[in-house]
Design a protein around this ligand. Sequence first.
Ligand SMILES: Nc1ncnc2c1ncn2[C@@H]1O[C@H](COP(=O)(O)OP(=O)(O)OP(=O)(O)O)[C@@H](O)[C@H]1O
Length: 411
Amino acid sequence: MMRGGWHDRPLTHPGRGSHPEGGPHGAHPTAPCRARHVPAGPRPMTAALQSPLGAPVTFERVSKRYGDALAVDAVDIDVAPGEFFTLLGASGSGKTTTLMMLAGFQMPSSGEIRVGGRAITHVAPAARNVGMVFQSYALFPHMSVAENIGFPLRMRRAGGAARDAAVARVLSIVGLEGLGNRYPRQLSGGQQQRVALARAIVFEPPVLLMDEPLGALDKHLRAHLQVEIKRIQARLGLTVLYVTHDQEEALTMSDRICIMRDGRILQTDSPEALYDRPADTYVAGFFGESNIVTARADGDGHALFGPARVPLPAGVRPGAAVDCAIRPERISLAPAGAPASGGALRVPATVTAATFVGDYRRYELALADGTPLSVREALRETRAGFTPGAAVTASWAPGAMRFFVDGRAVA
Ligand SMILES: Nc1ncnc2c1ncn2[C@@H]1O[C@H](COP(=O)(O)OP(=O)(O)OP(=O)(O)O)[C@@H](O)[C@H]1O
């Protein structure tokens, strides 16, 4: 929705799963249900129709308490101008509450939020100038597509010609040229979500909030719109705060991802860093798979991963229980007895299961002492796959391993 303003929205708060004319977001009973009124927009229309750069967004020690429950616990977030920033976490981790505090629909219990360097914690939603898109499209059913998209501009008293031009422009940006006269009920789910996106960006807000915007769409359409949203965001230079619980979506779309759990931020990093250097076992478990063996550190800086003796990072004290992790795709397989490549850890194993999964093969192995190991091998035309019972050597670079003590990564 537009500018986060109560005036800009259908009469109910368009939370996930809610219909524009239906009940408010169940998890947010305090959401606004005000009648529309014409706001004093923060910028004159002429400025709003120029292309602005995205604004930086800062949360400083922001908490939100509902009664006894701490939904968001002293979070610090810094989003750069034009950055695609994703909040990712399990259900109830505080993602939506964080977004709603930025939109102005929830008031922080403590801390400060700034947009473009300006403290907005006590600024009314209408004056925050953020665009919003929700899983439920929250379109006005009695308005045409063009009227829906032009609505925020009308609320900002944009003249007819300027409004028509802006609507035509965003219709083209979201790929809906020619559909301006249709009504929402005459559109597919994906098209309706494009209208919602067009409506959120028509006044060119420097910050766009998206809360599970693709959650209602099928997988194929999701993938398509993910690319579209990224394209539009890059083209307009918008700062995007995006909420999802889909890790693949987060990895594909984000410049940085902030992992939330129980209202806290566990790690904020690039997708690559989160995948390769998770700060703890929870984050490691969030993305992809890992083979994890818990072992005792010996007095010589090593631990046994099954039968393999692996070097540990400096700083692991002797006797500590260490979770030693290696991702399935970092392991190579060769027939037993094949020449060794230098530097790799090499472990004899037996294939217990082999599965063809299209672009890769997945193997389950048993190491000599029975330790199970999953391997994911990209298909190579030059070699046939191994079959169950085959004797193989599994190998990987020691540097590909990650180690955790008491759940925290040790580097
Ligand atoms: N209005 C409210 N009153 C009381 N508790 C609330 C309210 N809104 C959210 N909560 C609680 O705050 C916590 C965080 O909720 P929030 O909706 O932010 O999580 P989320 O990560 O967005 O979850 P989901 O992915 O399921 O939407 C949850 O425990 C939730 O039950």
